[in-house]
Design a protein around this ligand. Structure first.
Ligand code: ZN
Ligand code: ZN
Length: 268
């Protein structure tokens, strides 16, 4: 028999967004990454939270053990009210030492009001400016706030690109961010029965700008969804499978394209 029949045929996927720093993974952080790699995941991007002391050290420890676990850092829209000069200094230091590959996640969230909108805008604008200075891409979070995200990117003249993660908005928002050089990442939400509109948008994003993610420990995809089950990077294949179906591609081809996109954004 030809040797290729014995090759490992698991699709090579990247989880472009996983919060492995969260306490939900304290008991099995290393094993979670090992499970992901065993399932065919080849890289994981972890956005660290500068407002939580345990966050960056947890990600740094993983990156030291697994070079394909990439670190980012920022102050999320939810914590924007706590954004301070100390966070600016921390980000500058991390960027200078190349300890992070992106600034994020940062953004706006008009669904939850954990921080006043004005504070969210201030934190977003300051961190976009910092990322531009450091020539780093950004990981953007947007919930019902796409237009203001676009306005902030334009107001800063931000051109270093990055990822609009866990995309849930309209094609108009997606297209505007694509025009500004961003990649669009889809989470397990894409697998939810009611996400027909989102699947339609996912069908229109150019293949060379698509990414997939888990947003672990949140948003477990179907069939893992429900009963408060923890999401983890190994499950990103379920989102990739749905995205491949939407686009009429084989899972392997979708995996190859999204993994190549990630590698272009974050060369190793
Ligand atoms: Zn987010
Ligand atoms: Zn996130």
């Amino acid at each position: 028999m030809p040797p290729f029949l014995f090759m490992d045929t698991k699709p090579r996927l990247v989880d472009s967004h996983a919060h492995l720093d969260m306490p939900e993974f304290d008991a099995d952080r290393t094993e979670t990454v090992q499970r992901a790699f065993a399932a065919g995941i080849v890289a994981i991007l972890c956005p660290g939270d500068l407002t939580r002391d345990a966050s960056l050290p947890a990600i740094a420890a993983l990156s030291a053990e697994f070079p394909n676990v990439l670190a980012a850092a920022g102050v999320h829209a939810h914590q924007a009210k706590d954004f301070s000069p100390a966070h600016v200094d921390a980000l500058k230091g991390l960027a200078a030492h190349r300890a992070i590959r992106a600034v994020g996640e940062i953004g706006l969230d008009y669904h939850y009001d954990f921080s006043p909108v004005a504070a969210q805008h201030e934190a977003l604008r300051r961190q976009l400016a910092l990322a531009a200075e450091a020539a780093l891409p950004v990981i953007l979070h947007s919930r019902l706030s796409g237009r203001d995200i676009i306005a902030a990117v334009d107001a800063e003249g931000f051109r270093a690109g990055g990822i609009l993660h866990c995309f849930t908005e309209s094609w108009e928002i997606a297209r505007a961010m694509l025009d500004r050089g961003f990649h669009i990442s889809f989470s397990g939400i894409l697998t939810f029965p009611k996400a027909g509109d989102l699947r339609e948008v996912a069908g229109r994003v150019p293949l060379e700008r698509l990414l997939v993610e888990t947003d672990s420990p949140y948003l477990a995809p179907v069939p893992y969804r429900g009963s408060g089950r923890r999401n983890e990077p190994a499950y990103v294949v379920e989102t990739a499978r749905v995205l491949a179906g939407v686009r009429g591609l084989a899972l392997e081809d979708l995996a190859e394209a999204t993994t190549a996109n990630f590698s272009r954004l974050f060369p190793v």
